[in-house]
Design a protein around this ligand. Sequence first.
Ligand SMILES: NC(=O)c1ccc[n+]([C@@H]2O[C@H](COP(=O)([O-])OP(=O)(O)OC[C@H]3O[C@@H](n4cnc5c(N)ncnc54)[C@H](O)[C@@H]3O)[C@@H](O)[C@H]2O)c1
Length: 318
Amino acid sequence: MRYLVTGGCGFIGSTLVDRLVELGHDVVVLDNLSTSEGDRANPAATLIEASITDLDAVRDATRGADCVFHTAAWARIPRSIEDPVGTHQVNVNGTLNVLQAARENGVPRVVYSSSSSVYGDQPTHVMREDMPLQPRSPYALQKLMGEQYGAMFARLFGLRVASLRYFNVYGPRQATQGAYVLVIPHFMRLRDAGKPLTVYGDGEQTRGYTHVSDVVRANLLAATADLPPGENVALNIGPQEETSVNEIAAIVGGEVQHVVPNPRGEFEELRKSADYSKAKALIGWEPLIPASVGIRQIAAPHSVIPTKVGTQEESVTP
Ligand SMILES: NC(=O)c1ccc[n+]([C@@H]2O[C@H](COP(=O)([O-])OP(=O)(O)OC[C@H]3O[C@@H](n4cnc5c(N)ncnc54)[C@H](O)[C@@H]3O)[C@@H](O)[C@H]2O)c1
């Protein structure tokens, strides 16, 4: 099979590309290297260095593909707040280009990397796809608009679209700077710099953390599953198992310093995890790596340690 992976040099995209190559597929990567390095590009894949905002380049890259995995985005919440217009160009107009190029080239299916941030504030902490969505940042709204364009293309043009709502993805190659820097590498950097791990509030805030290999598997399943035609299939890709900041601090190890009161208190959801029963029913996906195991693996002292100690803001995940 021939696959196009937009953003195929990023954290999730490059891990997906490696797996597709390993499975013997013909892979094209479209990436402008804006938030990643070209050295992540798998040498067995064809790298097209261009932006998804360039419709002609997306058309060329899409030709002959059996499916597009659309992971390219400005995946940074603070950046979207600073620059809603610029991030809209990439996250919404770029996504529209990908859908349009797929349609023009007769590509039957697009698997879109969406985000659990589309849920925003909810009365309960386990997210379900049928909840009314309340995006709280331009980034979250842009991700939702990408989903909605996918739904429109499914309805109007019969394109099969799966929107995968990822919950806090972690694993090797995860970002060490920016909004998606999880608390995990942030704590690792502090530990290795001999500094205390700063925990906002009581540290009992929880999230569902998803190993990148589980995210890659979700993409592969969504590429081949029998998706209902004419609709955008939005699926939670995350665990129901919650992990608290205190638990992560204990796994990483080191002295802990609580910052009280929590300066992010009014913005931060206390708990957030995924009901993944729809993904299980429609594409046969469930998480295989419990956070307690996966986080322990990457937080071990022999792991690659980022050198720069970032700010606490950078450690926040949506
Ligand atoms: N990492 C997470 O926890 C998480 C959670 C929810 C959703 N997501 C979504 O998953 C996707 C991948 O996230 P990631 O963490 O791998 O991010 P990343 O920043 O590591 O990768 C994004 C890739 O897209 C490329 N890119 C950015 N703008 C581009 C453009 N205009 N044209 C072409 N390429 C461009 C970047 O160079 C980079 O290689 C994104 O769509 C993101 O919104 C990620």
